[in-house]
Design a protein around this ligand. Structure first.
Ligand code: PEP
Ligand code: MN
Length: 350
């Protein structure tokens, strides 16, 4: 919908705009009001070249789009009926719980295996473990490809699928070859369009899913869903959106929980939303409340850092990881709350 700066376009302006949209196989339909006339673009109005050319005209105030820029991830797209499973959970139906260590310590693999068994016992559906780690400081531990074997060993022993972060094409190939079922794109790479394309291309034709974090730079709704669209555009739409807290924050928290983003995401996209309360607050003691808040806001799942002995962990684990005892209680409460807040299937509504 084109809104001119004045109350209506002059005949010359209308001709100019009509000529532009005709190049893109569209037409203009004026909608005449008592005071203002606005101009509908009839046809596919999503072409950026066309929009940019019209918005560049000095007599055009703005274009309000009716069609969504997300052809696949929009909740009105045909994919809105797309359902898929991770382990024994159908996304969007039961609460998906991802839990495990921030970082696998390749020198002490027993901790990861114990953690994996403990999070399964606590009721988690998917095990997380960082093989390659994005670290602010280049001298901090960067992860170790050898940890991939430890991750897959935990998957075999527990029978649960696993998720790990990938940051470059080599990681993607190694993770897929090893049998990793969910690839994580971290908050630092959430707007790395080259990586998003590589992941989309790599998972096309597979059942692999992607856990896509919200950008560390407080990514907007549009940026977040568009990043998912980059991946889905290659043919596999199994993308989970993962809000993980924003900056700046209150003193005392690492990040600020962004659980209130969930209802906004759900208005625009059908993609499941799995919130990461661990990075959202950054301190183990606050994680249970943040997890329940996320579920209350409508999250389809939680991604929680847990460790059998947090003080022996590396990366975020000493500060952020909850113990299996805390995790068990959290999962029970989160699942109970999810049953209360989850919209009832349409057929059971009165
Ligand atoms: C992580 O999951 O350990 C991690 C680094 O997360 P984020 O990208 O959200 O900081
Ligand atoms: Mn972490």
């Amino acid at each position: 919908m084109i809104l001119p700066k004045n109350n209506r376009l002059t005949p010359g302006q209308l001709n100019e705009i009509t000529a532009i949209v005709t190049e893109f196989n569209c037409k203009i339909q004026p909608i005449v009001g008592a005071v203002r006339t606005i101009y509908a673009i009839v046809g596919d109005e999503r072409d950026e070249l066309m929009i940019n050319r019209i918005e560049g005209l000095e007599y055009v105030d703005r274009i309000d789009r009716i069609q969504s820029p997300f052809k696949l991830m929009d909740r009105r797209s045909d994919l809105a009926h797309h359902r898929w499973q991770i382990g024994n959970v159908t996304l969007g139906e039961e609460l998906l719980v991802i839990a495990g260590q921030c970082t696998i310590d390749p020198k002490n693999p027993q901790y990861f295996l114990e953690t994996a068994l403990a999070v399964k016992e606590a009721g988690a559906n998917l095990i997380r473990g960082g093989v390659w780690k994005p670290r602010t400081n280049p001298y901090s531990f960067q992860g170790d490809a050898g940890s991939l074997e430890i991750l897959m060993d935990a998957s075999r022993r527990t029978g649960l699928p696993v998720v790990t972060e990938v940051m470059e094409s080599e990681h993607i190939n190694l993770a897929l070859d090893a049998g990793v079922q969910v690839l994580q794109i971290g908050a630092r790479n959430a707007l790395n369009y080259s990586l998003l394309r590589q992941v989309g291309r790599a998972i096309a034709g597979r059942t692999t899913a992607v856990l896509l974090k919200r950008s560390i730079h407080n990514g907007t709704l549009n940026e977040f869903i568009s990043a998912a669209e980059y991946i889905a555009a290659f043919g596999n739409p199994n993308v989970i959106l993962c809000p993980r807290g924003t900056q700046p924050t209150l003193d005392g928290y690492r990040n600020h929980p962004d659980e209130s983003m969930t209802p906004l995401l759900k208005e625009k996209t059908w993609a499941p939303v799995v919130v990461d309360p661990s990075h959202s607050v950054g301190k183990a003691v606050y994680v249970p409340a943040a997890a329940l808040a996320a579920v209350a806001y409508g999250a389809d799942g939680l991604c929680i850092e847990a460790h059998v002995s947090p003080s022996h962990g590396i990366g975020d684990d000493p500060k952020q990881a909850v113990t299996p005892t805390v995790l068990t209680e959290m999962i029970v409460r989160a699942r109970a709350l999810h049953k209360i807040v989850r919209p009832q299937p349409v057929s059971t509504r009165s």
